[in-house]
Ligand binder design. Structure first.
Ligand SMILES: Nc1ncnc2c1ncn2[C@@H]1O[C@H](COP(=O)(O)OP(=O)(O)OP(=O)(O)O)[C@@H](O)[C@H]1O
Ligand SMILES: [Mg+2]
Length: 272
């Protein structure tokens, strides 16, 4: 319906004719999606549309009710070290005394099925990841004391520490200020480019990430659509996807606002 893409074995993600049902409810259906290795893709859509479900299907946590899913050319399996995952709404108790550095190391130690690494190699890898995300200055401090943006960098380091080739981040920009949203998006873009890591990032607002992403996946109305932002975030396209009138407005400073969606939750802060 939305134009399928040729699915090759070299792609990072390949969904074909995929549907997911949860608790007897069809979340989305007939999804065709191909993400190339090294791409930075934003996953957008209203609350409850099935964005988190899409990541979980790619992680092998939620089964498909129809179709096929492959990650790096292979059927999905849980606990795949090639995939780093940041679940939605991960917060730390302010009193949590574990150091940021130790939390990153847990990304390695938690991997009981993997080949045990000598502790020297582990330490090097942990330090390298902390440097990569620019968190060296606060790596020794308790995680609970760090700001949201600092915690987010530590969590990205933890997700990458096993040597992941793909990062799936579920709303990592939530509750960050605009500067931090841009800084984290910029960081993810550079990890994507420098390490060749494929990134799927769920976001509530496209604007802070728009300059950094290659493509967007839009989940709405029981469908999953992928394309360039300018192809997807358009009045006609989104109206078809939602199956209801939706209007995409562009403000004078170039921000995109989606209005008129029938879901009760607003898509953009200016709608509040
Ligand atoms: N285990 C479950 N059993 C039944 N329904 C579920 C289950 N998990 C999720 N759902 C439903 O599936 C739909 C999609 O949920 P999902 O969490 O993927 O949405 P989302 O797009 O990530 O939303 P949000 O923006 O609020 O995070 C929702 O209607 C949700 O209530
Ligand atoms: Mg979600």
């Amino acid at each position: 319906m939305w134009g399928s893409v040729a699915v090759g074995n070299s792609s990072a993600v390949a969904l074909e004719g995929a549907s997911v049902s949860l608790g007897g409810h069809l979340v989305w259906r007939d999804a065709d999606l191909e993400v190339a290795a090294g791409e930075f893709v934003a996953v957008l859509g209203p609350n409850g549309a099935g964005k988190s479900t899409l990541l979980k299907a790619l992680l092998g946590v939620v089964p498909l009710s129809a179709g096929t899913v492959r990650v790096f050319g292979r059927p999905v399996r849980r606990g795949n070290d090639e995939v780093g995952y940041l679940p939605q709404r991960r917060r730390f108790d302010p009193d949590l005394r574990i150091r940021a550095l130790d939390l990153v190391r847990l990304g390695l130690d938690g991997d009981r099925l993997g080949v045990p690494l000598p502790s020297r190699t582990k330490e090097d890898r942990v330090r390298r990841m902390i440097e990569l995300v620019g968190a060296s200055a606060y790596a020794e401090r308790p995680i609970g004391e760090l700001s949201g943006g600092e915690q987010q960098r530590i969590l990205i380091a933890q997700a990458l520490v096993t040597g992941a080739r793909m990062l799936m981040l579920d709303e990592p920009l939530e509750s960050l200020d605009l500067n931090n949203q841009q800084a984290i998006s910029d960081l993810i873009r550079s990890i994507c480019e420098r390490q060749g890591v494929t990134v799927l990032l769920v976001a509530h607002d496209v604007n802070p990430i728009l300059p950094f992403v290659d493509r967007v996946v839009y989940v709405a109305g029981g469908h999953v659509l992928c394309g360039k932002p300018e192809e997807v975030i358009r009045t006609e396209t989104l109206t078809r996807l939602y199956g209801a009138p939706v209007e995409v407005l562009k403000t004078s400073d170039g921000r995109l606002i989606v209005v008129g969606q029938h879901e009760p939750v607003s898509y953009h802060p200016v709608d509040h």
